[in-house]
Design a binder for this molecule. Structure first.
Ligand code: WQD
Length: 344
């Protein structure tokens, strides 16, 4: 089994992936600055898995922290890692427009510092948390990995730059084994209801917002436009269950650990689109009541339809999503109902 470093491993996708990796027998060290994440998530991952996690509080933009982490020292880590899964980053589109310097510092410079520490320590396998946001307003749907990279906000620009850095690195030496995983819309929760998505403040994204309406934390859902060229006029997205996403990371890791030098770039999505109203109806089924909503103007920067072509991940990883929208809503509601205030 492998010795892995998960950066940002206390977050929504990181915590679910940590659970899958622990259950596969890997040994985990998690680096997290807990900027807007709660350590309780990892306590529950340990509870669910019955395994231990070495937790290091710190961040990638602190070279001293990375130096100690990769070279042992007070964290008592010691030794090198077989691979790194790099979740740490900022991902709120609106926030990135207001604070581009912060987004470039964390998402690009943080990644560069991590890669430099990895190279110095002789660790050359990396799974990178990328995003469908790189496709901007897609020219074609479903979207293949070969589609134009045309991000339209600082968050997307910083992720595209980090992807380019990884491509340059892979091209510089055959020792690198890198997987760039482009997430579509990660949603849902582990079926136990113990871990799930816990956004700070008012949720930017649809699924956690609907969840909070269902649990009574928000009065109504505002639907950003019902005049899109879609099945019912509301925006269509490719919602992927976070457990499917976590399993996709484990599958990509196994390919990298097998040793062949490579640069994998893969869409992780279901290949199926669902509209805002379809998600709302699905959540009403899960929570057993009607949820109030109001149609408002379109949100700037939104696309009508964003859906993955996930065939390359199926071909190269033997991975595909297994959970449908009903399961997503059932599991998402189980988490929210049991944790009305998230981990707080
Ligand atoms: C989904 C649909 C909205 C909220 C974003 C980021 C992307 C990625 C995933 C990190 C759209 C509609 C939403 C609401 C609504 N994050 N909506 N009312 O915009 O596809 O992607 O999250 O990588 O980078 O851009 O997801 O959940 O915000 O929106 O009507 O209160 O729901 O218009 O059609 P999106 P989303």
């Amino acid at each position: 089994m492998a010795r892995l470093l998960l950066t940002g491993g206390a977050g929504f996708i990181g915590s679910h992936t940590a659970l899958v990796l622990l259950q596969a027998g890997h040994h985990l060290v998690v680096l997290d600055d807990f900027r807007n994440r709660n350590p309780v998530a990892l306590k529950r991952v340990k509870q669910l898995s019955g395994k231990q996690i070495t937790l290091v509080a710190g961040n990638l933009n602190d070279p001293a922290c990375l130096e100690r982490l990769f070279r042992g020292g007070p964290y008592g880590i010691g030794g090198s890692f077989d691979a790194v899964i790099h979740f740490a980053g900022l991902k709120a589109v609106g926030e990135s427009v207001k604070h581009p310097l912060l987004y470039w510092q964390v998402n690009l410079e943080g990644t560069r510092l991590l890669l430099a520490a990895m190279a110095a320590a002789g660790c050359f396998s990396l799974v990178f948390s990328s995003s469908a946001t790189l496709y901007g307003m897609p020219n074609q749907v479903p979207i293949p990995e070969s589609a134009q990279i045309q991000p339209i906000n600082p968050y997307g620009h910083s992720k595209a730059a980090a992807e380019q850095l990884l491509a340059d690195l892979a091209g510089s030496s055959s020792c690198w084994r890198i997987a760039r995983l482009r997430y579509f819309n990660p949603v849902g929760a582990h079926p136990s209801g113990l871990i799930g998505e816990d956004p700070a403040g008012i949720p930017n994204n649809l699924f956690p917002f609907v969840s909070q309406v269902a649990v009574g934390k928000r009065p109504e859902l505002l639907i950003f436009g019902d005049d899109w060229p879609t099945i019912d006029g509301t925006g269509v997205r490719d919602y992927i269950h976070v457990m499917d996403l976590a399993e996709g990371h484990a599958a990509a890791l196994e390919v990298l650990l097998a040793g062949a030098p490579q640069l994998l770039t893969l869409n992780l999505g279901s290949g199926e689109g669902h509209s805002v109203l379809q998600v709302l109806r699905g959540f009403e089924q899960a929570c057993g009541r009607e949820l109030p909503y109001r149609i408002v103007d379109r949100r700037p920067g939104d696309a009508a339809i964003t859906v993955a072509d996930p065939s390359l991940a199926k071909a190269l990883l033997g991975w595909r999503t297994k959970r449908n929208l009903a399961q997503i809503c059932t599991d998402g509601w189980a988490w929210q109902a049991a944790n009305p205030n998230g981990y707080r």
